[in-house]
Design a protein around this ligand. Structure first.
Ligand SMILES: Nc1ncnc2c1ncn2[C@@H]1O[C@H](COP(=O)(O)OP(=O)(O)OP(=O)(O)O)[C@@H](O)[C@H]1O
Length: 670
C-alpha cells in the first residue's frame, strides 16, 4: 500500500476491559495511554506533526467526530516510517482503548470557507516594568482532564466548530541555541539581582526567578514542542466558549497568575488566513499572536535590562565587574536587526575559532519570545486528549448494550430521524450509543444480509424497503424495487400488492430473466452516461432531466439458487456477478441475503463486491467468513433484530434494527 502524508485517522473508542478493572482505574489507564501517545510518536520520528481534531457539525451523525492527523515534510517520508506508524497505531497500547481507522481523505479539514473566527490559546505573557521582566507563564497541566466537559459543551453548540490541538517537535536548532543562551543569561542575571537585593525582596523577582529556573531545568534539555491550540468556528462566542472550557479543564489553578490567554481573530484580522492555512496543511501556525509585544523592550540586552536596582555591579556577590552596566541607559539595538544576523558580539570576536566556545553572545529579551509558543510534553499532554464518553465507560461496566432499544418501530424511527433518510441513504438501526446508524448507497453499492432462521433478516429487508419507499415519497419520484423470494413469504406479497413499483419474483427462472433485464438496464444507463459525459445518475438527471433513479434488487434466500436447474443457475450466477462488479455507478444495488452463508452460497466474487454486511445471529464459521470476527455468533437470541454491522471501515458496530409491524403497509405515506 502506498501512503502519503498527511495521514488522517478517525478515532473511535473501543474498550477491552478486564473483568476486574474498576471504572476509575480504567479511566486512569486511558489517560496514561494518551500521555504515552505523544512520547511514542516522537520516538518514531522527531519530524512528525500531529494533530487531534474534534469536528463538530450539528447536522452530521454523530455530531462530534474525533480525528488524529499526522504530517511530515516530504523529504523525510519513507515506507519505513509509514509501517512503524501504522503498526504502532494498530497494535500499540493506544489500540487497547481506541480504534484508529485510516481515512481516504480529510477534505473536511480543507474546505474551511465556513470558518469565520479562529480562537487560539497561548501561554499568558506578562511584561513587568520597570524591572524589565518578561514572563511567559508555564502551562500547569491537569493530568486528570478527560475532555468530557469540553465534549459536552461542544455537543450543545448550534454551529460547526473544529477544536484542534497540534504539536510539532521543536526542530529549529539554531533558534533553540539562541533561546537556551537567553534562558541561561536570564537566570544568571536574576541570580545576580537576587544576590544583591537585601531586605524586602521584590515579589516579581522571586516569581520570575523561579519561572526561569524551571525553564532552565526543563527547556534546555529534552524534547520541546511547538503547539497550536485552536477553535475554528462560525460564531465568535462559540469559539471562546470551547477554548475557555478547555483551559478550565486542561490546566490547574496556580497561585501567581493566569497561565493562558485566548486570542480570537476574525476573517479580516492579521494572522487569520495564515492560521487557517496551517490547519488545512496540518501544520503549526504562529500567525496569530499578541499584538502587545513591546518592540523596544524586546530589543534590550538581558544583561543590561535586568540589573540590581542601585549601586552597580561592584556589589555583586561573585565580585565580578560588568562593564556594560556602567552605561546608564540600556543599549537598544536596531529592531530591524534579525536574530539570525551576526551580533555585535560576533563582530568583536571576529574570526577567532575560539569565539564560539568562549562565551555565548549576549542575548536580548526578544530571544526569549519563542517560549510562549513552546511546551514540554508534560505541560501539553492535558490538552492533547481524546475524550472517552462517560456513557462508553458506564456501558462497558454495567449495561453493555443498554442504549440499544429493545424495540423501536419503523414509524417511531422515521418520526425521530426521518430527515436522515434520503434518496441516497437508509438507517440500518440504532447503535450502542443510541444514535441512528446511516448507510449510504453512493458510498457502498451492495450488501450482504445473513442470519439463521428467525433472527430478523426479513424484517430488516422490510425496514430498508419501507425507507426506500419513504424517501421516494418525500422526493416525489417513483423508484423500482425487485424482490426475489423463493419461499414466497407472505410479507413480500403484501408489499408488492400495495406498491406498484415493488416487483416480486418467486421462481429461479424469473430471477434469471430479471437479471438479464437489469443487465440491459445497466448497459443502457452506462451508454447514456458515457454519451452525456456524466459520472453519476444524479448528474445525468440534472443534465438531461431524465428519470433514472436508484433500483434495488433483494435476493432473499440466495441458497435457493443452488437448487435451480444448472443452466438457470449459471445464468443467474453470471449476471449477478457482473452486476455486483459493475452496476455501482448506474445506481443498481443488490441486497444478497442468506440463512446459510457458506462459500458456495456467497462466492468470493460476490462477497468481494459487497462491502456492507448486516449480520444477525449466525454460527461462528459464518461470522468469521463475513466479518473476520466471531461477533455475530455471540449475539443474543432475544431481543430479536440485533445485528453486527460492518461497512467500509474494519470496525464492527452493534445495531438494533427497527421493527416493521405488518400494519405499516396498510398506511400510505402522507
Ligand atoms: N427488529 C425487530 N424487532 C422486533 N422483532 C423483530 C425484529 N426483527 C424481527 N423480529 C421478529 O422476529 C421474528 C423473525 O423475524 P424474521 O422473519 O425477520 O426473521 P428471518 O431471519 O427472516 O427468519 P427466516 O430466515 O426464517 O425467514 C418475527 O416474528 C419478527 O416480528
Amino acid at each position: 500500500m502506498t501512503h502519503k502524508f498527511p495521514l488522517c485517522f478517525e478515532i473511535t473508542v473501543r474498550l477491552s476491559i478486564q473483568e476486574n478493572s474498576r471504572q476509575s482505574e480504567l479511566r486512569k489507564e486511558i489517560l496514561q495511554s494518551q500521555q504515552q501517545l505523544i512520547r511514542s510518536l516522537i520516538r518514531l520520528s522527531s519530524k512528525l506533526t500531529f494533530s487531534i481534531r474534534y469536528f463538530y457539525d450539528p447536522n452530521q451523525t454523530p455530531k462530534i467526530k474525533t480525528y488524529l492527523l499526522i504530517n511530515q515534510p516530504d523529504e523525510f517520508q519513507t515506507e519505513e516510517i509509514y509501517d512503524q506508524l501504522f503498526s504502532f497505531l494498530k497494535k500499540g497500547k493506544i489500540s487497547d482503548f481506541f480504534t484508529l481507522t485510516p481515512q481516504s481523505d480529510f477534505s473536511q479539514f480543507q474546505r474551511l470557507d465556513w470558518v469565520n473566527f479562529i480562537g487560539e490559546v497561548l501561554k499568558y505573557e506578562e511584561f513587568i516594568e520597570p524591572q524589565n521582566y518578561y514572563l511567559p507563564h508555564l502551562f500547569k497541566a491537569n493530568e486528570a482532564n478527560d475532555m468530557l466537559a469540553v465534549y459536552d459543551v461542544i455537543n450543545r453548540l448550534d454551529n460547526r466548530v473544529i477544536l484542534e490541538i497540534t504539536l510539532q517537535n521543536y526542530q529549529n536548532s539554531h533558534e533553540k541555541q539562541i533561546l537556551v543562551n537567553a534562558i541561561n543569561q536570564m537566570v544568571a542575571q536574576l541570580d545576580k539581582v537576587n544576590a544583591s537585593t537585601t531586605g524586602n525582596k521584590d515579589n516579581f523577582l522571586s516569581v520570575t526567578w523561579e519561572l526561569y529556573q524551571k525553564y532552565q531545568q526543563f527547556y534546555c534539555n529534552g524534547d520541546l514542542f511547538q503547539y497550536s491550540i485552536k477553535a475554528l468556528a462560525e460564531n465568535r462566542g462559540e469559539a471562546s466558549l470551547v477554548l475557555n472550557t478547555l483551559i478550565e479543564h486542561a490546566t490547574e489553578e496556580t497561585t501567581h497568575s493566569k497561565q493562558c490567554k485566548i486570542f480570537i481573530a476574525s476573517k479580516d484580522k492579521p494572522g487569520f488566513s495564515g492560521s487557517l492555512q496551517a490547519t488545512e496543511n496540518v501544520d503549526i501556525s504562529t500567525a496569530i499572536e499578541w499584538e502587545g509585544w513591546p518592540k523596544i523592550f524586546g530589543q534590550l540586552l538581558i544583561r543590561e535590562a535586568i540589573k540590581p536596582k542601585k549601586g552597580g555591579w561592584a556589589k555583586l556577590s561573585d565580585g565580578s565587574l560588568n562593564l556594560s552596566a556602567i552605561s546608564s541607559t540600556p543599549k537598544v539595538l536596531n529592531p530591524a536587526q534579525s536574530q539570525n544576523q551576526p551580533r555585535e558580539h560576533d563582530a568583536v570576536l571576529g574570526g577567532s575559532p575560539l569565539a564560539k566556545f568562549s562565551s555565548p553572545p549576549p542575548s536580548r529579551i526578544i530571544d526569549l519570545k519563542p517560549l510562549h509558543r513552546l511546551a514540554t510534553s508534560q505541560e501539553i499532554s492535558s490538552f492533547f486528549r481524546i475524550a472517552v464518553l462517560r456513557a462508553t465507560l458506564d456501558l462497558s461496566f454495567e449495561q453493555p448494550i443498554n442504549k440499544l432499544p429493545d424495540q423501536l418501530t419503523i414509524e417511531e424511527m422515521i418520526g425521530k430521524y426521518g430527515n436522515l433518510i434520503t434518496e441516497d441513504t437508509y438507517i440500518v438501526g440504532i447503535d450502542q450509543h443510541g444514535n441512528p446508524y446511516v448507510s449510504d448507497f453512493s458510498k457502498i453499492p451492495h450488501r450482504i444480509v445473513a442470519g439463521t432462521t428467525g433472527t430478523g433478516k426479513t424484517n430488516f429487508l422490510n425496514s430498508m424497503i419501507y425507507q426506500f419507499l419513504y424517501a421516494s415519497f418525500k422526493a416525489n419520484i417513483e423508484r423500482q424495487i425487485y424482490i426475489a423470494d423463493f419461499k414466497a413469504g407472505i410479507d413480500f406479497y403484501r408489499i408488492a400488492r400495495r406498491y406498484s413499483n415493488v416487483n416480486l419474483v418467486t421462481k429461479a427462472e424469473d430471477l434469471a430473466t430479471l437479471l438479464v433485464n437489469l443487465w440491459q438496464e445497466y448497459e443502457r444507463r452506462l451508454a447514456r452516461m458515457i454519451e452525456e459525459d456524466v459520472e453519476s445518475l444524479k448528474e445525468l438527471r440534472e443534465k438531461c432531466h431524465s428519470q433514472e433513479h436508484r433500483i434495488i434488487l433483494v435476493i432473499d434466500e440466495a441458497a435457493s439458487i443452488l437448487n435451480a436447474e444448472r443452466k438457470i443457475r449459471e445464468e443467474i450466477s453470471k449476471y449477478l456477478q457482473e452486476l455486483a462488479a459493475k452496476s455501482r455507478v448506474t445506481g443498481i444495488h443488490i441486497f444478497y441475503c442468506s440463512q446459510r452463508p457458506t462459500p458456495d452460497v456467497i462466492p468470493r466474487i460476490i462477497s468481494d463486491n459487497m462491502d456492507e454486511r448486516v449480520i444477525f445471529k449466525v454460527f461462528p464459521a459464518a461470522s468469521q467468513l463475513l466479518l473476520d470476527d466471531d461477533a455475530a455468533s455471540e449475539l443474543p437470541v432475544e431481543p430479536k433484530g440485533r445485528a453486527i454491522y460492518r461497512g467500509l471501515e474494519p470496525d464492527l458496530k452493534l445495531v438494533a434494527t427497527p421493527y416493521v409491524p405488518k400494519s405499516v403497509w396498510n398506511n400510505p405515506f402522507s
